[in-house]
Ligand binder design. Structure first.
Ligand code: PLP
Length: 367
């Protein structure tokens, strides 16, 4: 019996055709039509003025931080419950991540905890739209205004999500996205920054290309990087973007189907606050606290039944390489949360089978 994976890309649109076109025309490196087209199309999709493609989502975060002038001696507030890249990019920029708790309402960074963690060194906040649910951006932007901080949305998991009717990516100073293979749309590896700031876009482009003066060849005014994406990856991305509405609506169908089977059994699933449209990057269930190891037992049981699942992220502060004290909400979510297979075209009967297995774990523990 073949394993149902947690995620897989769908490459049945124009992906192959565009990649073959890029290769046939010799444009395989980091300039070319697909780069320009994808930058325009993705900015358009996010309703922002600019999109700067990068080699992945982690370097997009690093590039955004450096372009905003954040570095040694600065503090950047990030959530405890996120993928490690959010913290690593801050450390790579020479700044210090100050790690704060999530809140139960939306599993995202808690604005109240942000305010308690602001110091004279704080320069920026990186809210992460966890599992595709937008953060409380109006509270976060209000804090940013009050304390003169920059906001970078880590939107790696939230392509197309809306906050108060506006697309994420355009609701703060800038945002970063990932186009890794398991994200809502993919370029294999890849990422980008979106912003409405002309200055920031221009500065990030220059830093992306070795900090070279754009009008004077081999004249470098800043210590830059090579964080460019290739035209071949952009070719895949353009084909993916053509289908993004379909990807997003299918993820909604998948979540609704899981909810139909699981909600009656006491599971808490992907949050949805008013005024937001999440994109359900990963279907997520929180097990009731019947047994401290219930989630891990479920993961093992599903694996034995050829279903791949993922535990929620470990809170950053539980790992010795990051500084900070433990946070109760992040610990709770991380201990009881499980991500279930979520990918385009996942059939209803497979969702039903996975759900039955999840429910049976619970009944075996409670009897
Ligand atoms: C995937 C992800 C990233 C990193 O993106 P890569 O393209 O893998 O470098 C950063 N932040 C979050 C929240 C992510 O989920």
């Amino acid at each position: 019996m073949s394993t149902v994976p947690i995620a897989k890309p769908s490459l049945i649109g124009h992906e192959m055709q565009y990649v073959v076109d890029a290769i046939s025309n010799n444009w395989i490196s980091s300039s070319g039509e697909y780069i320009t087209q994808l930058e325009h199309a993705f900015a358009n999709f996010c309703e922002t003025k600019h999109c700067i493609l990068t080699s992945n989502g982690t370097v997009a975060l690093h590039l955004a931080l450096v372009a905003l002038g954040i570095g040694a001696g600065d503090e950047v507030i990030i959530p405890d419950l996120t993928f490690a890249a959010t913290a690593n990019a801050v450390i790579l920029a020479g700044a210090k991540p100050v790690i704060v708790d999530a809140r139960l309402d939306d599993w995202c960074i808690d604005p109240k905890q942000i305010e308690l963690s602001i110091s004279s060194r704080t320069k920026a906040i990186i809210p992460v739209h966890l599992y595709g649910h937008p953060c409380d951006m109006s509270s976060i932007n209000a804090l940013a205004e009050k304390y003169k901080l920059k906001v970078i949305e880590d939107a790696a998991e939230a392509h197309g999500a809306r906050y108060q009717n506006r697309r994420v990516g355009g609701v703060s100073d800038c945002a970063t996205f990932s186009f890794y293979g398991n994200k809502i749309m993919t370029t294999g590896e890849g990422g980008c920054i979106t912003t409405n700031s002309d200055y920031l876009a221009q500065h990030a482009r220059m830093l992306r290309d070795h900090g070279m003066n754009r009008d004077q060849f081999y004249w470098h005014e800043h210590v830059g990087f090579n964080y460019r994406m290739t035209n071949m990856q952009a070719a895949i991305g353009l084909a993916q973007l053509e289908r993004i509405d379909e990807f997003i609506s299918d993820r909604k169908r998948i979540l609704d189907t899981y909810k139909y089977f699981l909600l009656p059994h006491g599971f808490i699933m992907n949050p949805m606050l008013k005024d937001v449209e999440p994109v359900n990057w990963m279907v997520s269930v929180l097990f009731p606290e019947v047994d401290v190891d219930v989630r891990d037992k479920a993961l093992l049981f599903l694996k034995q039944n050829h279903i791949e699942t993922r535990p929620f992220f470990n809170p950053l502060t539980t790992m010795p390489i990051y500084e900070g004290c433990h946070h109760p909400i992040s610990l709770y979510l991380s201990r009881y949360g499980l991500n279930l297979p979520t990918f385009y075209g996942l059939e209803e009967e497979v969702i039903a089978r996975i759900s039955r297995l999840v429910v049976s774990v619970l009944s075996r523990i409670t009897v």
